[in-house]
Design a protein around this ligand. Structure first.
Ligand code: ASP
Ligand code: MG
Length: 693
């Protein structure tokens, strides 16, 4: 069995490139007998056609240089002598024959190198075997010549041939592909490989359209259409002999031998459109024949689509006319490339819909808001981002459900994370909307399994710094996403803003975070002499504004977690113990039961009222502030009530609003982010944004 491998001019352009070719050929020779067909080294045919001595001399030097690099010792001398002889005949050859020497030169070098490496080789003289415009005779001669000599690798020049009268001539520019097809058909090769400098036949010429991609399979008919209308990667006459002999043509890339390539065969095409080509200023959208019934309508639609695509970039189509299954499009020469790109975008780059599978842990207020939001917004999300979100898993604290169809029911007991690890496709997202203290311990496993994490659970990030850092690096090392914007300030983009500054090497000088919704609400409402502080806390608790034990808010625990997350985002390795927390009320009140706490709070009312009056008399407002400040001895962090003057951004906060005020080295004025800091909808929208990033 034979394989025919043809190499183009850029594949043999230098000694290094030739060595690459030999690797490919030698690999193939393990499987089959090889016929190696080669073009002239790149630029050679043009140089020979120019017919000047200067051009000849330059080509002579390039070939001698390749020989010097490929061969040593006696062998080198032998090859240089062969080159002497070939260049002598070139210079004395009739003008019209000179162009045929390029392929003789390249194949001579390749043949010499292969036999030096120990292969049994035979050089076939295409000038004797290939007869112009006479395929039957050509096949007959090639077959006889190959039967006459036993070899592992036959080497034949492409492009050159004889005519009916026996004059030496060529098959036309680019004709080496056709030579290879003739050799393949003559000996019923099992494989015809055209090795070139691009990854196969592409949806467009990659030099004109950067987004062009390889078409993995196409029919002979489509390949012929592409090649005859400007796709230079294949010489059109190549297709017919291969097709008649039923031989697949592979178009492969010498520069990436194991990369993408095209197989041309008798199989049907897989898509309606194959590619877009340009020739002599005319663009062609190459289509594949469709059932006749569908044709007229499809053609009209395609014309409208093409016209619209061009209009969008401000190009008027001068003419659009169907030709068979394809479409010819005429535009002004000056906008040709732009038009090609626009058409390619419209017909070959429709954003493929990306499915994103979600596994949501936590079915509380935020979880419910999130599921609703995902279901309600799927069309808009799909249109805007090309992503299709599917809730594949759901869990509350007791049970879970997983359904690849996107409708999980909470009907299983067991460990949700284990189930996710087993069943989630790589690239899925795990959403932590729980308040769990422990779930973060499983984050690493998920990230290492290629599952991304989006979390609103700040407990997961206010962990000891080494645990936090390990999570981040697990995400980075495994290319898994880990986002937690929601953990501070709900939908406000606080973490992102800080990270942006830090990533661009802006140094954070201070952060003031007014991020306790509960305390903002209570301190904002409190008036000395009015409703007691204790009563306001109780009200907030009943309204679901506080943690189940309101002391967690009053003690600054929640603000502490947020401050840790903010500081770490700013590159400061803050730990809990580094933060000086001054609770709103004395520490003793935190020790007993909740009832005792409320009683103690009532008793403390006069002191709170006194503090509030003192602030008021100076024109200050009281705010619960978590702060981080750069000092000469490093960063100082504290949490407690501060009296802020009217010029302070936190002075005007309303209700449960949050704010951060960030001062940094690059900017004279602080960055202030202020807005709604809580609520299930806010949290859900923030999570959704993280999911879509
Ligand atoms: N060397 C010839 C040309 O440049 C034939 C070929 O490369 O296919 O046209
Ligand atoms: Mg070519």
């Amino acid at each position: 069995m034979f394989s025919v491998l043809k190499f183009g001019g850029s594949s043999v352009a230098s000694a290094t490139r030739m060595s690459g070719v030999l690797d490919i050929v030698e690999k193939e020779a393990l499987k089959a007998k090889v016929v190696l067909v080669s073009s002239a080294i790149s630029g050679c045919t043009d140089a020979l056609l120019s017919g000047t001595e200067a051009a000849f001399a330059q080509m002579e030097e390039r070939h001698r240089e390749i020989a010097r690099r490929l061969f040593t010792g006696l062998q080198r001398q032998r090859v240089q002598e062969k080159l002497d002889a070939i260049f002598a005949s070139l210079r004395s050859a009739p003008k019209q024959e000179q162009v045929t020497f390029g392929e003789i030169l390249s194949t001579t070098l390749l043949a010499e190198k292969l036999s030096e490496e120990g292969y049994c080789t035979a050089w076939l003289d295409s000038r004797e075997l290939v007869v112009l415009d006479n395929e039957p005779e050509t096949f007959h001669r090639i077959k006889k010549a190959i039967e006459a000599v036993a070899a592992d690798i036959y080497i034949a020049p492409g492009f050159i041939c004889r005519d009916a009268e026996g004059h030496i001539t060529t098959l036309g520019r680019g004709g080496s592909d056709y030579s290879a097809a003739l050799y393949a058909a003559a000996i019923q090769a099992r494989s015809l490989q055209i090795w070139t400098d691009v990854p196969g036949i592409m949806t467009a010429n990659p030099r004109q359209v950067g987004a062009a991609r390889t078409v993995p399979r196409m029919s002979y008919a489509s390949a012929l259409d592409m090649a005859s209308h400007g796709a230079k990667v294949l010489y059109a006459p190549t297709v017919a002999p291969a097709m008649a002999a039923g031989i697949d043509i592979e178009i492969r890339n010498t520069f990436a031998p194991d990369g993408k390539y095209t197989v041309i065969s008798a199989e049907k095409d897989s898509g309606r459109w194959i590619g877009v080509t340009a020739q002599a200023g005319k663009i062609r959208l190459v289509g594949t024949p469709q059932p006749v019934a569908a044709k007229p309508q499809a053609a009209a639609e395609a014309q409208a689509q093409a016209r619209k695509a061009l209009q969008e970039v401000g190009i008027a189509a001068l003419a659009i006319s169907p030709d068979g299954a394809s479409l010819d499009i005429q535009v002004r020469e000056t906008v040709l490339d732009q038009a090609l790109q626009a058409l390619h975008r419209a017909f070959f780059q429709e954003l493929p819909l990306r499915e994103v599978n979600l596994f949501i842990a936590g079915n509380g207020a935020v979880g419910k808001a999130l599921t609703e939001m995902i279901k309600g917004s799927s069309c808009t999300v799909q249109e805007r981002t090309g992503k299709q979100l599917r809730i594949m898993g759901l869990a509350n604290s007791r049970c879970y459900g997983i359904d690849p169809g996107g409708n999980p029911a909470l009907n299983r007991e067991g460990d949700f994370v284990d189930a996710v690890l087993q069943q989630a496709p790589k690239g899925s997202l795990f959403i932590d909307v729980t308040g769990s203290e422990n779930l973060y311990k499983r984050y690493r496993e998920l990230l290492e399994a290629g599952i991304g994490i989006v979390s609103s659970n700040r407990r997961s990030f206010a962990v000891p710094y080494p645990d936090y850092a390990a999570m981040l690096s697990a995400a980075r090392e495994n290319g898994s996403m880990l986002r937690y914007e929601t953990t501070v300030g709900a939908a406000l983009p606080m973490l992102e803003s800080i990270a942006r500054g830090t990533n661009s090497c802006d140094e954070i000088l201070s952060i003031e975070a007014v991020v306790s919704c509960t305390l903002n609400q209570i301190l904002g409402e409190y008036r000395p002499g009015g409703e007691s502080f204790a009563s306001l806390v109780k009200k907030a608790q009943l309204a679901g504004l506080t943690e189940p034990d309101p002391r967690l808010d009053l003690g600054g625990r929640d603000a502490l977690r947020k401050l840790l997350i903010l500081a770490r985002e700013a590159g400061v390795q803050l730990e809990e113990a580094d933060v000086e927390v001054t609770p709103v009320v004395p520490k003793e009140l935190f020790e007993g039961t909740v009832e005792a706490f409320y009683a103690g709070l009532e008793a403390y009312e006069p002191e709170l009222a006194r503090q509030a009056r003192a602030a008021e008399s100076q024109g200050f407002r009281r705010r619960f502030v978590a702060s981080l400040e750069k000092t000469q001895k490093g960063y100082k962090a504290g949490i407690g009530i501060r009296n802020v003057p009217p010029v302070h951004p936190a002075y005007h906060l309303r209700g449960t609003e949050n704010a951060i005020i960030v001062r940094s080295a690059f900017h004279p004025y602080p960055l202030v982010i202020q807005g709604p800091g809580e609520g299930p909808r806010e949290a859900a929208s923030s999570i959704l944004n993280d999911i879509l990033r």
